[in-house]
Design a protein around this ligand. Structure first.
Ligand code: HEC
Length: 115
């Protein structure tokens, strides 16, 4: 390889490394996730660090992070309305989120698991 081509090659490699590292640093869109979470009144029962009627997002993340089925399980939870037990001991059907868009749902779960 002549020197000119070589430096081009190195420069494009560096570009790829930069691109992929910035992509993994923001694998999810936090703003969109929070917006969806708020718009669905999820905040009524879930807060970031402390439990309300439901577990905190930190708790949910701790229970599910690293499990291979976490994404599928949590999407199912948010879209099917299973019966859940609230902190006060009463039971009700879990809120069903108002979107079926898999990308939006995945983004939300990634944000939750990042807590
Ligand atoms: C009326 C209160 C209430 C509302 C509103 C609510 N949740 Fe929950 N949520 C709960 C409770 C209680 C649990 C705990 C269920 C359990 O562990 O049995 C829970 C659990 C979860 C879990 C963890 C499921 C698991 O298997 O670990 C996720 C994720 C979740 N909620 C997301 C949401 C989202 C997203 C919304 C808004 C669309 C929402 N919740 C709205 C009460 C609520």
């Amino acid at each position: 390889m002549n020197p000119k081509r070589y430096s081009l090659f190195v420069a494009s490699l560096a570009g790829i490394v930069l691109l992929s590292s910035s992509a993994s640093a923001s694998a999810f869109d936090e703003r969109a996730a929070k917006k969806l979470f708020k718009a669905n009144d999820c905040t009524k029962c879930h807060a970031s660090a402390k439990s309300k009627k439901g577990p905190s997002l930190k708790h949910i993340a701790k229970e599910n992070k690293g499990k291979p089925d976490a994404m599928a399980k949590l999407i199912k939870h948010m879209t099917t309305g299973p019966t859940v037990k609230l902190e006060d001991g009463t039971q009700e059907e879990h809120k069903i989120i108002d979107t079926q868009d898999q990308d939006e749902l995945k983004n939300l779960v990634e944000w939750i698991l990042s807590h």
